[in-house]
Design a protein around this ligand. Structure first.
Ligand SMILES: Nc1nc2c(ncn2[C@@H]2O[C@H](COP(=O)(O)OP(=O)(O)OP(=O)(O)O)[C@@H](O)[C@H]2O)c(=O)[nH]1
Ligand SMILES: [Mg+2]
Length: 319
């Protein structure tokens, strides 16, 4: 592990990839990795891009990467794909489109599957973002499909959250709007070359009136990712949001919250590991578990008993 972290510091991409895989797969070393790299984090700017399947998110991300590269920022891209088992072909398409980026030393691309076939749990996103941050990627873009609660959770880690819609979504538009109310900082209407784009803008604008009072009103940007149109407008909207985050103190608040969550998460993880690996192996605990399994002892009551033991024991150890 130390070697890999040394490698990360030396900008070895293979070390970064290996560390990401370890964290993604919940290696027992994960928490130690995070502890070691934490001092190197806190510099990256994170952009989340979400929207329905086929909205043009990857095409847009490709243009955003070029945009940031033209300003000499190093870029990390995470593609979170809950539907990869269904649309395996899409990723291949991305691979072809992004070929140039694989050749660019300033870009690091990575795709992640969500755990659980149907979305389910978000992967260890905040940790993986931190790894890319520690590696030195200045801008990190996270692409995720769909607009439900899960996607909202996934891009919760982003500083600026972009929701992409397109003309002709029909019923999906309602779900999208519900998601937007919760998370969007910038609204992109992509495929503006297709009929109906203006109507989508009007629709979104109406919806924004209903948004709860907040200091930031999401900007609506029309793009044609495929034709490279509207990207500088999008870039400007992103920059304005970034400035707003800094000036309003919101960025600082978010950082404080994220630090707290990282700490909670680590405590939970350590406790879980301790319970699984050590405590549930204690003789008294094992005896209670046998009574649950074989004698029909109420499992919930048993849990109370076991926890009681846990607290007494850890208390004694602390003395
Ligand atoms: N007409 C038009 N087509 C576009 C535009 N942007 C992207 N597309 C096309 O839309 C299709 C889907 O694009 P992707 O970028 O793969 O969309 P995505 O949202 O990443 O798709 P998933 O990741 O599979 O959900 C491709 O055929 C693109 O060429 C646009 O501005 N106008
Ligand atoms: Mg895509």
């Amino acid at each position: 592990m130390e070697k890999l972290i040394e490698g990360l510091i030396q900008k070895d991409r293979i070390a970064l990839s290996k560390l990401i895989t370890m964290v993604e797969n919940d290696s027992p070393k994960s928490l130690d990795i995070m502890k070691a790299i934490y001092p190197l984090t806190g510099k990256a700017y994170v952009l989340g891009v979400t929207g329905p399947p086929g909205a043009g998110k990857s095409t847009l991300v490709d243009k955003l990467i070029r945009n940031f590269r033209s300003k000499d920022y190093s870029v990390g891209v995470l593609c979170v794909d809950p539907s990869s088992i269904f649309s395996g072909g899409a990723f291949l398409g991305d691979r072809v489109r992004m070929e140039w980026a694989y050749q660019d030393d300033g870009v690091y691309l990575r795709s992640l599957a969500t755990r659980g076939a149907l979305g389910g749990l978000a992967p260890r996103l905040s940790e993986i973002i931190k790894l890319m941050d520690a590696f030195g990627q200045e801008v990190i873009i996270v692409e995720t499909v769909g607009v439900g609660q899960i996607e909202a959770d996934i891009i919760r880690y982003a500083d600026t959250k972009i929701v992409v819609s397109v003309p002709g979504l029909g019923d999906q538009m309602q779900a999208l709007k519900a998601g937007i109310l919760e998370i969007a900082d910038v609204l992109v209407v992509n495929k503006a070359d297709l009929p109906g784009a203006r109507e989508v803008v009007d629709d979104l604008q109406m919806m924004l009136y209903l948004r709860k009072d907040s200091d930031w009103t999401p900007e609506i940007v029309l793009t044609e990712a495929l034709n490279d149109r509207g990207i500088s407008d999008l870039d400007a909207a992103i920059q304005r949001h970034r400035t707003f985050l800094g000036q309003s103190g919101l960025k600082e608040q978010q950082t404080h919250l994220q630090r707290k969550h990282a700490c909670y998460g680590a405590i939970e993880e350590r406790l879980k590991n301790y319970l699984r690996e050590s405590f549930l192996e204690v003789e008294e605990v094992k005896n209670i578990l046998v009574r649950v399994q074989e004698d029909g002892l109420n499992p919930y009551q048993a849990a109370d008993e076991i926890l009681q033991l846990f607290f007494t024991k850890t208390h004694e150890e602390g003395d």
